[in-house]
Design a protein around this ligand. Structure first.
Ligand SMILES: Nc1ncnc2c1ncn2[C@@H]1O[C@H](COP(=O)(O)OP(=O)(O)OP(=O)(O)O)[C@@H](O)[C@H]1O
Length: 228
């Protein structure tokens, strides 16, 4: 599903943010990516999104070598990815319904399907009643739930979350993680970058630990810092 082979990324010559990373994630897995600040976690996510190009090495997602993806194929490729960020990234001047519908119009979903799918996605995250609200009228936890609804509305094969609970209190953080877990249970492959030790230790998923651009451990049912 996601395969990185000896991937190196240098933002400036000779300084590697990722250094020869090889990683294989199978369809349907739930994987935490942890590690110190600057260890290369976000770089990894951005490479998978094809927002960045590796300096060397190959990345294959859903059988597609990203290097061979033509410019005009990138929107279609990203359609198969749901992405959630720490800062929610909602459109401030549009209501919740429109935030999610907009994401679908971008990928040319028909209006008939949009009308069906937006309320369904909002129900999944428990916000069906708030479809007319604007982002500023929602709490941080609710805004992140909208971002998750937007990420899952196209039923992506892969969900990438970069610090999705970074701005949230513990209760909301758990709610967000549960939604990611539910998406995983519906078959989506989920990759979560996080600093949240408690959640990683409780959930006992696969944990990939990065340090200075390399993977230093990769454990099934792992914990933060691999303390068992
Ligand atoms: N656009 C950029 N230009 C130059 N260097 C960059 C850029 N983005 C990241 N870096 C560098 O690459 C390294 C890895 O950064 P990255 O953001 O991937 O780390 P991270 O593990 O996600 O960190 P954090 O936990 O703080 O988000 C860091 O040394 C960072 O300074």
């Amino acid at each position: 599903m996601i395969e990185l082979n000896e991937v190196t990324k240098e933002y400036s010559k000779g300084v590697a943010a990722l250094n020869g990373v090889t990683l294989k994630i199978e369809q349907g897995e739930f994987v935490f990516i942890v590690g110190d600040s600057g260890s290369g976690k976000s770089t990894l996510i951005r490479l998978i999104m094809k927002e960045l190009e590796p300096t060397s090495g190959t990345i294959v997602v859903n059988g597609q070598n990203l290097e061979r993806l033509k410019h005009k194929q990138i929107p279609m490729y990203r359609r198969g990815l749901g992405v959630v960020f720490q800062d929610f990234r909602l459109l401030k001047d549009r209501n919740i319904y429109e935030n999610i519908a907009f994401a679908q119009r971008v990928v040319e979903t028909s209006p008939r399907i949009i009308k069906k799918k937006v309320p369904a996605a909002l129900s999944l995250v428990g916000l069906a009643q708030k479809y007319k609200s604007y982002p500023k009228e929602l709490s941080g936890g609710e805004q992140q739930r909208v971002a998750i609804a937007r990420a899952i509305v196209n039923e992506p094969a892969i969900l990438l979350a970069d610090e999705p609970t970074g701005n949230l209190d513990p209760t909301n953080s758990w709610e967000i993680m549960k939604l990611l877990e539910e998406a995983n249970e519906r078959g989506t492959t989920v990759l979560v970058v996080t600093h949240n030790q408690e959640i990683v230790n409780e959930m006992r998923k696969r944990v990939v630990t990065m340090k200075k651009g390399v993977i230093v451990s990769d454990e099934q049912k792992g914990g933060y810092n691999n303390e068992d």
